[in-house]
Design a protein around this ligand. Structure first.
Ligand code: SAH
Length: 213
């Protein structure tokens, strides 16, 4: 998976993943334990897979690319929006000090929490809720990664970044192509940030209403 999909992606225009720390974590993280049993034999294929509730675990290449773009360091506190299976959080776990991750769909969030605990990911905390609003009690964060497509850049998330912090986020209309963006926060208040476009991507939508169970 790492040799064929990350280092030399066949997908035209996809920039290779070169960060050796990211490639090493991709080699070590057991993706087959994050997909439903029926999908296990496809776990290392170059595509997203269904994880139930209409949601998907992202394509391995995309997980690696977004992780590389995040430029996480060992001392960082990282926030992820869209826990899904918990795989992206597991990939971030050895690269950061603390990983906080928010999932809006309660059954998915609970499953991911149990799975991460069972696999021994001790520095990951899962919360059920609307990630658009971030996690104010745990803010600020050095890094934020959003793994669902946002209609616009969520300002509460920008506000919860440290000065100089980075956010990786797909932005664009729901169910169409989004643009993967890297946001870099400045030091002159919440509206001081720079936006860099990386490449077109397709994510499930970042939804707003909290689903009450
Ligand atoms: N990172 C995941 C895949 C994410 S799929 C993994 O590694 O498996 C996108 C996820 O975002 C879905 O589980 C979806 O339910 C969740 N989501 C959508 N809108 C959200 C919101 N506002 N807050 C938190 N999670 C959200």
């Amino acid at each position: 998976m790492v040799r064929e999909q990350m280092a030399a992606p066949r997908w035209s225009g996809a920039p290779p993943v070169r960060d050796s720390r990211v490639l090493e974590v991709m080699r070590r993280t057991p993706r087959h334990l994050f997909v439903p049993a029926a999908q296990m034999s496809s776990a290392y294929e170059d595509r997203p897979l269904s994880i139930g509730h209409g949601q998907t675990i992202s394509q391995p290449y995309m997980v690696a690319k977004m992780t590389e773009l995040l430029e996480t360091r060992k001392e960082h506190r990282v926030l992820e929006i869209g826990t899904g299976s918990g795989y992206q959080a597991a990939v971030l776990s050895p690269l950061a000090a603390e990983v906080y991750t928010i999932e809006i769909l309660e059954p998915l969030g609970r499953e991911a929490r149990d799975r991460l605990r069972a696999l021994g990911y001790k520095n990951v905390e899962v919360r059920i809720g609307d990630g658009y609003l971030g996690w104010p009690e745990k803010a600020p964060f050095d890094r934020i990664i959003v793994t669902a497509g946002a209609a616009e850049i969520p300002l509460p998330l920008v506000e919860q970044l440290v000065p100089g912090g980075r956010m990786v986020i797909p932005v664009g209309p729901h169910w169409q192509t989004q643009i993967l963006k890297v946001i870099t926060k400045g030091s002159r208040g919440p509206h001081d940030f720079r936006v860099e476009d990386v490449m077109p991507v397709a994510f499930v939508p970042l939804v707003r209403e909290k689903k009450d169970n």
